[in-house]
Design a protein around this ligand. Structure first.
Ligand code: SF4
Length: 118
């Protein structure tokens, strides 16, 4: 049996979780205040993901960049690759909040979406 400690980032409370593993099997998750913590811990063990928040270059707008985020969390091991793709893109103004800037980035099922107008 092994134990892994982690902080749940599913909400600002930041519960300290302890995951007990037997090989690849999760035996228990403790320290979570709600069910989301249990789900977070299992995802973090087997397929860690992160929401991606950044900016994309924008031409012709009020600002030189437009803020964007991923529509769903992307696998942690693809974050750097996703950033390379995002950094290679320049959009033309006008950009509207909610506009999909990059569809299904790197086949992750996440869309990169504008979070503000520009
Ligand atoms: S376990 Fe629940 S209450 Fe605790 S940080 Fe995670 S989401 Fe928030």
């Amino acid at each position: 049996m092994t134990e892994r400690n982690m902080t749940c980032v599913a909400c600002p409370l930041g519960c300290q979780l302890t995951v007990t593993l037997d090989g690849d099997n999760v035996i228990s998750v403790t320290g979570n205040t709600c069910k989301r913590g249990d789900a977070y811990a299992r995802t973090e063990i087997f397929c860690p993901t992160r929401s991606l928040t950044t900016t994309v270059k924008c031409e012709g707008g009020i600002h030189p960049v437009v803020p964007v985020k991923s529509s769903v969390p992307v696998p942690k091991d693809k974050l750097l690759e996703c950033m390379k793709v995002i950094n290679s893109v320049t959009v033309q103004a006008p950009v509207m909040v909610g506009q999909v800037i990059i569809h299904n980035i790197l086949g992750t099922d996440a869309h990169i979406v504008a979070t503000n107008n520009n």
